[in-house]
Design a protein around this ligand. Structure first.
Ligand code: SF4
Ligand code: SF4
Ligand code: SF4
Length: 245
């Protein structure tokens, strides 16, 4: 039986999620027994325009990227959005609150007219996405789970509950008790609550859970003498594309 051909692509991103895939080591060797990686610029020089599975990292922030990602969708049977830039727009969308001409001048100075830039967006804003692997960066185990689920033609087992569940399973002291803001109650779990475990509030890199209880989160903030503006400031780091959520 021929193996599924998989191609990795990267748009506007730091490529940290692809790097995370490369650190899988033994699990990656097991995966290449099952899939044939035909394009992966961060790991190999060969490339191919023939593939079944496209794993796409990064947000879309240039007109040329719109054309490229549509071509990927036309070619692949299955498209996976890899990491927060691709799934929710991520940190790249911070620029969207400014005029694009002003952004270009800040970044490129007198060369600004040579560069194309548009408000950043997740890839799902341009093409249909079949699977999402959340986080900045992604969780290695979740990557393996999603790829296995695709090969086995089943739904991947991805948490649909909040970061608080994982945090409480670790018996962490809640950061609200320390007077800190945390977005754990409204953010999708799967990162093993790594930020609150290391005494840092969750900033929502895995995106919102499907039905976030925002009013309960607001009450939690005010009950602890914290402001909604403080929570919104944290949310905007990763959630600014979805700022009206
Ligand atoms: S989600 Fe984070 S780690 Fe992944 S490419 Fe974007 S900025 Fe980099
Ligand atoms: S620290 Fe954050 S993630 Fe942990 S229980 Fe408190 S609100 Fe939830
Ligand atoms: S705790 Fe929140 S910000 Fe930190 S990795 Fe998990 S989802 Fe992302």
């Amino acid at each position: 039986m021929s193996k599924i051909k998989a191609a990795f692509f990267s748009f506007t991103s730091c490529e940290g999620c692809q790097l995370t895939v490369l650190t899988l080591e033994e699990q990656l060797l097991e995966l290449v027994e099952l899939i044939d990686i035909v394009t992966f610029r961060e790991a190999m020089s060969e490339k191919s325009d023939v593939y079944d599975l496209a794993i796409v990292e990064g947000s879309i922030s240039r007109n040329s990227e719109i054309t490229q990602v549509k071509k990927i969708r036309d070619t692949a049977k299955v498209v996976v959005a890899l990491g927060a830039c691709a799934t929710i727009g991520g940190v790249n969308c911070l620029k969207n609150q400014y005029e694009m001409d002003a952004v270009k001048k800040i970044v490129y100075g007198s060369m600004a007219d040579n560069f194309d830039t548009i408000p950043a967006r997740p890839i799902e804003a341009v093409i249909k996405v079949d699977y999402k692997i959340h986080g900045c960066p992604i969780d290695k185990d979740e990557f393996v789970e999603v790829v296995k689920a695709i090969l086995q033609e089943r739904k991947p087992r991805i948490p649909e509950y909040s970061v608080c569940v994982e945090c409480q399973m670790k018996e962490n002291i809640c950061l609200f008790e320390k007077g800190m803001v945390c977005l754990g109650p409204i953010t999708r779990a799967g990162c093993k609550a790594i930020c609150p475990t290391y005494n840092d509030g969750c900033v929502g890199c895995r995106g919102l859970i499907d039905d976030p209880n925002v009013s309960s989160h607001k009450k939690l903030l005010t009950d602890h003498g914290l402001t909604i503006d403080e929570a919104i400031a944290k949310y905007m780091l990763f959630g600014s594309y979805n700022k009206n959520a």
